[in-house]
Design a binder for this molecule. Structure first.
Ligand code: NI
Length: 392
């Protein structure tokens, strides 16, 4: 066993604090939306090249992968940071607030990118590991649908930059700066949407017997869907089915031809996700069929569940406890938001960690949100020590 002081400590990053803060403020002032991260990618790639990484640009769009092999070790680790901002008008009044109208780093991806750059500089300078580290700077996390993680995977991420396990982090408003929240197994929800069109037969409101009324059918579907979670999901598990929109008809004296429902579905378990899709689809079409109507059901899968592997999560927990002390590492509650890091975890073992952003931090995607600079060196030290321990 290598003595503990051979691995990165928080104190090793004290001298980097002002530089990391400067980098974070630069990125914060210059936000770029999903698929537009050209300048952020260039900024990141130039630094990584200067530090001696083998840098590949334009992986799945504006993605950047920096690779560094030290020693003869055969293990390989990947760490991912997301780079994109959101279409929000910033209201923080910070001197480093966004220079661009309607664009803002309201999810802290400026901090995630800075943290990984901090670790990158340290690892290239100290080179106290044996194996290969892959630093993945990902675009378009916020895109929904076809997002940056999927684009990088489709562009050969796993084949071109092989690695054994992957780690990532998101800042966590509500937890103290510099603390860690971790969870084995499901952490963040799968987010799916469903559009159901009910095709009936329109006619005069006074002669309903000559019609197939899609409004009545749509209402019956809404009621039937209330049984999906309550009658099909194990009560120790959780899921959400919300009908967020119901549209049909324009006036009082006409039965319309069709009606339309829009539904949000959230789940924390891939099997439950499959069950929800099967039940919603079957129930809606069966209800409509019972009334003599037809349905078009468009079930769109968004990000899958973030499922952290146990070995990698417990490894990260050990490293974090060594770094900041066990009192600053806790079990993360389930988070109903979604995250496209889940796509990596469908193929590779790994863990998505949460880094405290302050108990008084505005929530994510708020126009007053700001990444906590106090967490920058803790994040960078964590990625550095995790890499050194993984590739020891
Ligand atoms: Ni985010």
């Amino acid at each position: 066993m290598t003595p503990d002081n051979d691995f990165a400590r928080l104190a090793d990053f004290d001298s980097m604090k002002s530089e990391l803060t400067r980098i974070r403020h630069h990125l914060h002032a210059n936000p770029e939306l999903s698929f537009e991260e050209a300048e952020t990618a260039r900024f990141v790639a130039e630094k990584l090249e200067a530090w001696g990484y083998e840098v590949t640009r334009n992986v799945g769009g504006h993605g950047v992968v920096a690779r560094l092999t030290v020693g003869a070790g055969t293990k390989s680790i990947a760490i991912r940071a997301d780079m994109d901002a959101l279409p929000i008008e910033e209201q923080t009044n910070q001197p480093y607030a966004s220079k661009f109208t309607g664009k803002m780093h309201a999810c802290g991806h400026d901090g995630h990118t800075t943290v990984l750059l901090g670790a990158a500089e340290y690892l290239a300078r100290t080179r106290r590991f044996s194996g290969t580290v892959n630093l993945i700077f990902q675009p378009a996390e916020e895109a929904g649908g076809w997002s940056g993680a999927q684009a990088m995977i489709a562009d050969g991420l796993f084949e071109r930059f092989p690695f054994d396990a992957i780690f990532g982090l998101h800042n966590h408003p509500g937890a103290p700066e510099g603390t860690w929240l971790m969870r084995s197994g499901p952490l963040m929800a799968a987010a799916d949407t469903v559009e159901i069109k009910v095709h009936g037969k329109g006619g005069h409101a006074s002669r309903p017997h000559l019609t197939i009324d899609p409004v009545v059918i749509a209402c019956n579907i809404v009621v039937a869907l209330q049984s999906v979670v309550s009658r099909n999901i194990d009560p120790t598990q959780t899921a959400v089915v919300t009908v967020g929109a119901i549209h049909g008809g324009e006036v009082a004296n006409v039965i319309p031809e069709s009606a339309r429902l829009l539904i949000t579905v959230r789940s924390f378990d891939p099997k439950i996700r499959d069950l929800l899709e099967a039940r919603i689809t079957k129930l809606a079409s069966a209800v409509a069929d019972g009334f003599g109507a037809k349905t078009d059901i468009n079930y769109t899968r968004g990000n899958p569940v973030v499922v952290n592997s146990e070995t990698e999560t417990e490894f990260a927990r050990t490293v974090a406890e060594e770094l900041v002390g066990a009192d600053k590492v806790s079990i993360c509650p389930l988070i109903p938001g979604s995250e496209d890091f889940s796509h990596f975890l469908q193929h590779k073992p790994g863990s998505f960690l949460r880094l405290g952003n302050g108990v008084n931090s505005p929530i994510l995607h708020s126009d007053k949100y700001d990444f906590a600079d106090e967490s920058l060196t803790v994040g960078a030290a964590m990625w550095a020590r995790l890499t050194e321990r993984y590739l020891a």
